[in-house]
Write a protein that binds this ligand. Sequence first.
Ligand code: F6P
Length: 363
Amino acid sequence: MRIGILNSGGDCPGLNAVIHGVVGAAHTLGWEVVGFRDGFEGLLPPGDYMMLDPSKTVGIMKLGGTILGTTNKGHFVAKVGEGNVAEVPAEIVEKARKILDQLEIRALIVVGGDGSLTTGLQLYKMGIPVIGVPKTIDNDIQATAMTFGFDSACHSVVDALDRLHTTAESHKRVIVLEVMGRHAGWIALYGGISGGADVILLPEIPFHMEHVADAIRKRDARGLHSTLVVVAEGARMESGELLKKEDVGGKGEDRLGGIGEHVAKRIQELTGKETRACTLGHLQRGGAPTALDRILGVRFGAKAVHLIEEGKFGRMVSYQHYNVGDVSIEEAVNQLRLVDPGSEIIRAGRSIGVCFGDRAVGA
Ligand code: F6P
C-alpha cells in the first residue's frame, strides 16, 4: 500500500513533526509514503515528489518549515465563489488524479489551513480519498481546539516582548508590536498576556484609540512611563478598514499589514509620547517548534494514517479534550474559531490590567 502527503498554504513550526508521524505510522503498517513537493502543485504532471521513509525523516522534527516545501499560490488556490465553495478547475483535479493513479497512491493526506482543506474537500468529493490535517498558526479552525505552530508563534511573541520591554523602559516609550492573526487574535492574546503586554488589540474586539491613549496616560500618571501594545494584523482601524499590503482580488488571501504602524502613529498624536512600531512578521512562523507543537504534530500525523487504515476518508484530524480524534472535513471548513470578547481569558486579561481598547480604563 502506498499513501501520499502534501503540505499546503503558509508553513509553520510542527509540519515536519506531522511528516515524521505519518512516515512512522505508515512504516509500522508496512506502507510506503510519497511526499509531494510545494503543496498541491507537486500533484501536477510530471509529479514532483520524494519517497519518504524513516531514514529521511529521522531528526526532522526539530526543524521549522517543511522538508516538502509548501505554497499558498498556484493552480489549486480556489477562487472562493458563491456560498464559499472552492472552485479549482475540474481539469486541474483530473491531472492530479492521473498522477496519483500512476503512482498507485491509495490515499492523500492534505496538511493545510481552511483554504487548503477546502481544496482537499473538493478533491475528496471528486473521488480522491483524502484525509485532512489542520494547520493554522492563527489557531482559528473551529473544529480543533489547537493546531501545531500556534504555541511556537506565541513563544516568539513572548521573546519579542521580553526584548521590547527593556528598550521601551529605557526610553520611556510606547512600542507597538504587530503580530499575525488574520481573522482571529489568538496569537496576540496568548502571546500578549504571557509577554506582559499592557494593551492588546484584536480583530474580534473593536477598539477606540481614545481608550488606548487614555490607558497610556493613566500608566504615565502612575509612574509607568513605558507601554507595550500588541496588535493583531487583522485588527481594524476605527473606520472599520483592514490594512492590507497586497490585494489578491479574491484569489487566495490578501496580504495584511500596517495596523501596527497606524496604531503607533495615532498613539503618538494623541498622547505626545514617543512611540515606535515593530512588526514580528515571519519571525513568528520560522524556527524550531516547541515541545507542544512537536508532540501535536506527531500525533496528528499518526492519526491521519490510522484514519486511512480505518477507511475514514473525508475526515480531518482534530484535537479535542486532550485527545486526537476526527471530524468531517466538510463540517470543519469555513468555521472559524474566534476570540469571544466575553470569555474567561479576556476577563482574566482585564483583571491583570490589560486594556483591550474597547472601554475606558476602570470602566
Ligand atoms: O494565515 C496564516 C498567516 O500566517 C497569516 O497570519 C498571515 O497573514 C499570512 O499567513 C502570511 O502569509 P504569507 O506567507 O503569504 O506572508
